[in-house]
Design a protein. Structure first.
Length: 373
């Protein structure tokens, strides 16, 4: 039976590696697919570590040292990846900004065990520490046991946030919604299995009993099934989504609707100036105008030849130029003006400005100054 379970885990590792590459380098739904690809890859990486330990991969001195010094089990990023994948799938304009990147900082918990190993190796190498492998090994093992508690809590928290987000989006009848619900509930089931395993595992008197009698199979076989399902179904859904979007973009909109929509969109930007909100989304514009997100996207793509971000950022860049050329602007920084114009970060501003203006902000100011005010 153990051999059977190990074969299942190995097939999951292989399939996870292949599908994560296909998703990551796919041209369809680029951000959602890349987030899902990394999530599947981390699951497959953890499974490969377990399979390798069963089959003597780490009996080699150097491979064993590598497995100790470099993290192969990364659980803390999985919660944010799940949550951001769902958001990116339903919100085409969603991006990983500064606030989102900060949510990956708890990955430091996954780095705790390798950090202990690095301290030991470097300490022994420099003779600052005694070569007491047994004590340091016990410290690493103990850390690995109890670090599963914040890992479980983190994934549970983000799964809850995902379900709450989906409950808000439920009435919008968005494409792919049913698939995302299934993904969230699949993680709920996995978390329940993990909890049943985790409680006795973290109690010292039962830890060795759990590993000797059940090993890691009750946890990693469900992980393997999750890899299979997420990879195959996720890839199929991304393909179906692209086909549906192409069909929708190809369907012509009524002329009156196009005229009305363009008028509402221009009013939203030029009079209501919603672009000043750095967190502006397609859904927010849809609510403000009374148009559907699909109609806005179709009008922008078919008639204005722009996507949502290009449309909004065009107004932000125009306002930036206006304020940069105003009297007294020499006393202001690019970042300060960009923030006032609705840009979320200096890096985003620099990239967008160069795309639209064909030059950097400093080059624009220099050219304007040399031409005479």
């Amino acid at each position: 039976m153990r051999h059977f379970f190990q074969t299942i885990i190995l097939l999951g590792v292989v399939q996870g590696g292949i599908v994560s590459c296909l998703l990551f380098f796919s041209s369809r739904l680029r951000l959602p697919n890349r987030l899902l690809a990394v999530l599947i890859f981390l699951l497959a990486l953890a499974s490969s570590c377990l399979y390798g330990s069963y089959n003597g991969w780490f009996e080699s001195k150097w491979l064993n040292l590598f497995s100790i010094l470099f993290p192969m089990i990364m659980v803390m990023p999985m919660g944010p990846l799940l949550y951001f994948y769902v958001r990116a799938f339903l919100e085409p304009e969603f991006r990983i900004g500064k606030n989102e990147r900060l949510q990956f900082l708890p990955v430091l918990i996954d780095l705790g065990s390798p950090l202990i190993a690095w301290v030991y190796v470097l300490g022994v190498s420099t003779r600052l520490l005694e070569n007491n492998e047994r004590v340091w090994g016990a410290a690493i093992d103990t850390y690995n046991v109890y670090s599963d508690i914040p890992r479980w809590i983190s994934l549970t928290l983000y799964t809850f946030l995902t379900l709450r987000y989906l409950s808000v989006q439920k009435t919008k009848n968005l494409p792919g919604f049913r698939w995302l619900q299934q993904v969230a509930w699949a993680f709920v089931i996995f978390l329940c299995i993990w909890f049943v395993y985790l409680v006795p595992y973290v109690i010292p008197r039962y830890t060795d009993w759990m590993l000797d009698n059940l090993d890691w199979y009750p946890l990693y076989v469900p992980i393997t099934l999750l890899i299979y399902w997420l990879g195959i179904k996720g890839y199929m859904v991304s393909w179906q989504q692209q086909v549906a979007e192409k069909k929708q973009e190809a369907a012509p909109l009524p002329e009156q609707l196009v005229h009305t929509a363009i008028g509402l969109l221009k009013k939203t930007m030029e009079q209501d100036r919603l672009y000043l909100n750095a967190a502006l989304t397609l859904q927010m514009v849809a609510q403000h105008t009374g148009l559907t997100s699909k109609t806005i996207s179709a009008v922008l793509n078919q008639h204005l030849r722009k996507n949502f971000n290009e449309f909004v950022n065009g107004y932000r860049v125009a306002l930036f130029k206006e304020r940069l050329l105003a009297n007294g602007a020499e006393q202001l920084t690019f970042t300060g003006i960009a923030n006032d114009c609705g840009f979320s970060s200096p890096a985003t501003f620099q990239r967008v400005f160069k795309q639209i203006a064909g030059m950097s902000p400093s080059e624009f100011r220099k050219n304007y100054s040399s031409s005479g005010k």
